[in-house]
Write a protein that binds this ligand. Structure first.
Ligand code: GCU
Length: 636
């Protein structure tokens, strides 16, 4: 080749490489390791999982050597890191523990520096719940379409294309780096088709990709599947043909996926079929599925998010306890009751769900929502770890066998939509491994790995993130207000929301009950007595207008507009102050972010800058629309 062409070629090539190295579209998530190919990794055992641990450490480690050792004395899935000179040893009782240890070592490398560490997960089930539909859409998903590409199934093309595989592998790496060990692949509003052979083949392909990363596959099922697929004429759980159908379906699944985890079920809720359609109980339904799964070690996660069926007219937030308490003790051993953190529906703030106090004999899991359905979706920077930490202040992790998070992941280049929404996936994983970690510690780790280790940047952004959930509560629904969202899509305020053709439990006016006298939902003993479902001391505290914490005030009480609050100001003055505070906080986000333009790559910097402006405008809209409406209600 002509010399000049050679130079031009090599220049273009290096620019291209530079371009690739510097292009930051967020697709690397928090795994932005530099490839060094420096570390010698040794291990006496071999498996696909250990091969991944080796390769991650060999490529991205900074130490000269790392030894991987199986040590049966360590707790299940846990690991131990010991620094040794310019090397380290990772020990674990299983190969997945070695992989978790390898990622922990890489995290240390990017954050605190290598140090000795012993770690084991608090919960045995740490699952993402994907609300992915078979047409590729994602319910309450704000980051593109499903990663699973269900729509690519056309009878024979059951293999994932190369591109998809890489995205799925990156998803697996990210989860394993946090210790997430299960994935429910499809929407709780499940299509019966997921259980047909073509889809199960695809599920098996995904399961094979996830397996070496320690991620077990689960499916959401539609309770009426056998009937909907035209194979029975009933879905009655006590009918032996139905039971037989589920048993053989389960064996068909395990033939493809020997480590299949089990089923997640939304039954008799929001129009989904369930055992109630045949006069049977949730226990009857769950037990039928549990019996089919039991021989294989599979579990049923039965959701308690049930309202409007057997308890019409009862305060919606009471219905889960009313429905499930009488059944406690009737479930088979491999049934777990899965409940949202609050008794309503993933609001910016709810008191904890009292079902966690009431159910004593059935194992329970909490369901958090990582996708920000009610917290600004992928347009607002709202860091959710403080909200989840708040839940654990009331519900001890010891009461739970697992944690589920409704995923915020889609096929957008950065997986999560808003660059800062990645922090919620990250925080969910870290807290489901160790709920005692502080939310600030998690955000700092995440910032260092995702953006920059510069001290001032990490301190400022971590502080901003830490307050962002409270700011969101303030500009959307302060003092215990809830569910004032626009219909259906839930982005933006609609305090006058009422539709006669909708269940009343979907209408904002049902929740705030604003009138000339005051605002709020009376759930004390004087009202619906929802407080009675709480354990002491909360029951008494929430019941009392004087003692009720102000963040739950309008959740539990209908309060006069001019009611004097502890700070000497009226309720109305306090409401206005909260809305103002929320909006002015968000206004400040942008000035913080603008100080760091030089530290962040331009694509992500601009994206965040633009989104912060949108968030500010939406926060203003919340304040204006809500205060305007409350004023009208007050008669001003
Ligand atoms: C919310 C959400 C629905 C979802 C439901 C559930 O109501 O808006 O999209 O299906 O929760 O958790 O089942």
């Amino acid at each position: 080749m002509d010399r000049i062409y050679k130079i031009l070629f090599s220049l273009t090539f290096s620019f291209l490489c530079l371009g690739i190295a510097c292009a930051e579209d967020g697709s690397s998530l928090w795994l932005r390791y530099t490839s060094l190919d420096k570390t010698q990794v040794s291990s006496d055992t071999h498996s696909p999982t250990i091969a991944i641990a080796r390769s991650e450490l060999e490529h991205y480690g900074t130490l000269s050597s790392v030894k991987l050792v199986i040590d049966k004395g360590l707790p299940s899935e846990g690991f131990r890191i010991q620094a040794k000179g310019d090397g380290a040893e990772i020990r674990a009782s299983q190969d997945i523990g070695l992989l978790y240890g390898a990622y922990a070592l890489l995290r240390q490398q990017q954050t605190s520096g290598i140090r000795n560490l012993r770690s084991a997960p608090r919960f045995s089930l740490r699952l993402l719940n994907h609300w992915d539909n078979l047409d590729g859409s994602v319910e309450r998903g704000y980051a593109g379409k499903s990663l699973w590409k269900w729509e690519e199934i056309d009878g024979q093309a059951r293999k994932m294309s190369r591109g998809v595989e890489q995205r799925v592998v990156q998803y697996c790496r990210a989860n394993a780096s946090l210790g997430i060990n299960g994935s429910v692949l499809n929407n709780v509003n499940a299509s019966p088709k997921i259980l047909s052979p073509a889809y199960l083949d695809k599920v098996a392909v995904l399961a094979a990709a996830m397996r070496p990363y320690g991620i077990r596959t689960f499916l959401s099922i539609n309770f009426a599947s056998p009937m909907a697929l035209g194979e029975t004429d009933t879905a009655d759980p006590l009918d032996s043909r139905v039971q037989q159908w589920w048993s053989s379906k389960v064996s068909e699944i395990y033939a493809r996926i020997p480590d299949f985890g089990g089923f997640l079920v939304k039954a008799n809720s929001e129009g989904q079929p369930g055992p109630g359609d045949y006069g049977r109980t949730h226990a009857d339904g769950a037990n039928m599925l549990a019996a089919a799964l039991e021989p294989y070690g599979g579990i049923v996660m039965w959701r308690s998010f049930v309202y409007g069926a057997n308890h019409k007219g009862e305060d919606r937030v009471k219905q889960a306890v009313s429905e499930f308490l009488p059944m406690d003790g009737q479930f088979r051993r491999n049934v777990i009751l899965q409940s949202k953190n609050g008794p309503l529906d993933f609001q910016p703030r709810e008191p904890y769900a009292p079902i966690f106090d009431n159910i004593r004999q059935t194992p329970q899991m909490v369901e958090f929502q990582i996708t920000q359905e009610y917290l600004g979706q992928s347009k607002h920077l709202v860091y959710l770890a403080p909200m989840w930490k708040e839940f654990f202040r009331f519900v001890s992790p010891h009461r739970l066998v697992g944690v589920a998070g409704v995923a915020n992941i889609g096929d957008d280049p950065n997986y999560c939509g808003h660059p800062f929404s990645q922090a919620n996936w990250y925080a969910f994983g870290r807290l489901s491994w160790d709920p005692s970690l502080s939310s600030a510690c998690i955000s700092q780790e995440w910032l260092m790995q995702t953006f920059s280790r510069e001290e001032h940047f990490v301190a400022s952004l971590s502080q901003l993130m830490e307050g962002s959930r409270e700011d969101c509560v303030d500009y959307m629904m302060p003092l215990g207000l809830h569910h004032i969202f626009k219909f259906d899509h839930h982005y933006g305020p609609e305090p006058d929301g009422f539709r006669a053709d909708y269940p009343i439990e979907w209408c904002p006016v049902y929740y705030h009950k604003a009138d000339a006298q005051g605002i709020g939902f009376e759930r004390s003993a004087k009202g619906t007595d929802a407080v009675a479902q709480y354990r002491r001391p909360y029951r008494k505290r929430y019941d009392s207008l004087r003692k009720c914490p102000k963040e739950y005030l309008l959740w539990f009480h209908h309060v006069d507009w001019d009611h004097p609050m502890r700070n000497g100001k009226t309720l109305w003055e306090n409401l206005v102050a909260h809305y103002d505070r929320g909006v002015s906080q968000v206004k400040g986000y942008r000035s913080v972010w603008q100080q760091f333009e030089s530290l962040v790559d331009s694509q992500r910097w601009q994206e965040v800058d633009h989104l912060l402006e949108l968030q500010y405008r939406n926060a203003q809209e919340w304040r204006e629309v809500c205060l305007g409406y409350w004023q009208k209600m007050k008669g001003e």
